[in-house]
Design a protein around this ligand. Structure first.
Ligand SMILES: Nc1ncnc2c1ncn2[C@@H]1O[C@H](COP(=O)(O)OP(=O)(O)OP(=O)(O)O)[C@@H](O)[C@H]1O
Ligand SMILES: [Mg+2]
Length: 469
């Protein structure tokens, strides 16, 4: 960046010099002409005062040589007097009136002389001091052009030198004021990103007022904030790990308890018989809870291993797993055509449907079992639309409670049911998203709840297709 700045400064100063060059070369040319006129005027006035009226040839030649001209004439009181002239009358190419030239015209004339002059004869005239006399010269523009070229060269060298000095000064100033602080910032960012937990690597901001100093202070506060968050995260991860370990062992202990309590059902004692099923259910619930927390603790589910699955088979498994008590009066309706297939990880989509159906059944069980007028129905339907399979789980239950609605799909917060963990919907959503699909709570007019899941088929890779074709 600093190198580019150096070059840009040189180019800009040179551009500015070219703009200044035009009027200055025009001015130089006018001064040159005026000088010649003044010298000739001084000589002319002296000659004019001499008698006889015509100078000897030798004196005329000397005067012309000294003033660098071919003809000198003086106009006075309306008459023009030839003071000195060469023998041959020169052919005039250009005429210039020094007193009445605009800036623009003189710039144009200067360029003309500079590029096309050198062997032209010009007639130049202008006033003599404050008097009303006019001095007139005829001369070649060779000397003028030569002097103009010399002047241009000096000017070019000077502007180059100025631009070089300016550029170097600007380079050092910008380097000091901007590049070095920016380097310091980027260096700190790099160091920090290598080891963000090290407090030594936080940027040391100074209290000055420049924009970069402000950026530095922002960077320092951002790094401090990030470090605090990282520390919190680490604590949470440690905590999560500890909970997972406890949970894991708890699950094993519960599994043994489950095995042992299964045997209790064989005991004849009516007391044991009455509380054994409750005990079993409680342990079952505890096992389910620990399993889900463990699954969630693994944070990322394995990527889906997709293959084509017949949806009706999958739903049959869900139904068996739900093991709805026949006495509960819950009707489970499947509206899935046998040919509907979906390209998915069967285990994961099984968990999605199972979580949704289990929620529906649990909501229906919350109704008063004595009330025969209630319709208790869970409808599981699926159909394919193009490359998407839409699965809906609909129930005639009480609908989603407000707390659950407000915390829909947020872990641990959405549960509005005693004994619920608030993980079922979160896990379902994660699995659906991993398939590139969507899950949503559908607003419906009647009572009950409806969830809709859409699973798109895996997109076909064009290259694979071509290879196969
Ligand atoms: N079909 C439904 N009808 C009524 N309420 C529902 C339905 N589905 C979910 N809910 C509400 O949403 C809450 C969150 O459901 P979610 O499955 O995430 O957690 P949970 O069922 O409480 O616990 P678990 O992690 O054991 O599934 C439930 O507590 C329940 O109040
Ligand atoms: Mg649930």
């Amino acid at each position: 960046m600093s190198g580019r700045l150096l070059w840009l400064t040189i180019v800009f100063v040179m551009m500015a010099s070219i703009l200044i060059f035009m009027p200055s070369i025009a001015g130089m040319r006018m001064n040159w002409l005026r000088d010649r006129l003044d010298t000739a005027a001084a000589a002319g006035i002296v000659i004019d005062g001499l008698q006889p009226a015509e100078l000897p040839r030798a004196v005329q030649n000397d005067t012309l040589l000294a003033t660098g001209t071919k003809v000198i004439a003086l106009r006075k009181d309306g008459t023009s007097r030839l003071l000195a002239a060469t023998d041959t009358q020169p052919q005039i190419d250009e005429v210039y009136d020094v007193a009445h030239t605009t800036m623009l015209a003189s710039m144009r004339d200067a360029l003309d002389t500079l590029f096309f002059g050198g062997d032209r004869i010009m007639r130049v005239y202008g006033p003599v001091g404050e008097s009303d006399m006019v001095i007139e010269l005829v001369m070649t523009d060779k000397a003028l052009r030569l002097d103009m070229w010399k002047y241009s060269k000096t000017m070019f060298l000077l502007s180059f030198l100025i631009s070089l000095i300016t550029a170097v000064l600007i380079f050092f100033a910008i380097n000091r004021m901007m590049i070095l602080p920016i380097r310091r910032l980027t260096h700190s960012m790099q160091l920090f990103s290598e080891k963000p937990q090290d407090p030594e690597r936080i940027f040391e901001a100074d209290g000055s007022r420049g924009e970069l100093a402000v950026a530095g202070r922002h960077l320092a506060s951002m790094q401090t904030e990030l470090q605090r968050t990282l520390k919190q995260q680490k604590n949470l991860v440690d905590l999560g790990l500890a909970v997972s370990k406890i949970n894991h062992d708890m699950r094993n202990i519960l599994a043994s308890a489950q095995l042992m309590s299964d045997r209790l059902t064989d005991v004849e004692d009516p007391m044991v018989r009455s509380f054994a099923p409750k005990l079993l259910r409680t342990i079952d619930r505890a096992v389910g809870y620990t399993n889900e927390v463990l699954a969630y603790g693994q944070a990322s589910e394995a990527a889906p291993r997709r293959r084509r699955v017949r949806l009706s088979d999958l739903c049959q498994d869900v139904r068996e797993m739900l093991a709805i008590d026949p006495d509960a009066g819950i009707e489970f309706v499947e509206q899935i055509a046998p040919e509907v297939e979906v390209d998915c990880d069967s285990e994961q989509i099984f968990r999605v449907i199972h979580n949704l159906c289990r929620n529906a059944v649990q909501a229906l069980l919350a109704f008063d079992p004595e009330d025969q007028s209630m319709v208790r129905r869970v409808t599981l339907s699926a159909h394919r639309v193009g490359s998407v399979v839409a699965i809906t789980v609909d129930d005639t239950g009480p609908g989603m409670p407000r707390k659950a609605r407000e915390n829909l799909f947020s872990a641990f917060r959405g549960s509005a049911r005693s004994g619920g963990t608030g993980l079922g919907l979160v896990i379902a959503r994660e699995l659906v998203l991993a398939h590139g699909g969507t899950i949503a709570l559908v607003e419906k007019p009647g009572p009950g709840t409806q969830f809709r899941v859409e699973i798109p088929d895996r997109p076909v890779s064009l290259d694979d297709y071509r290879v196969r074709a």
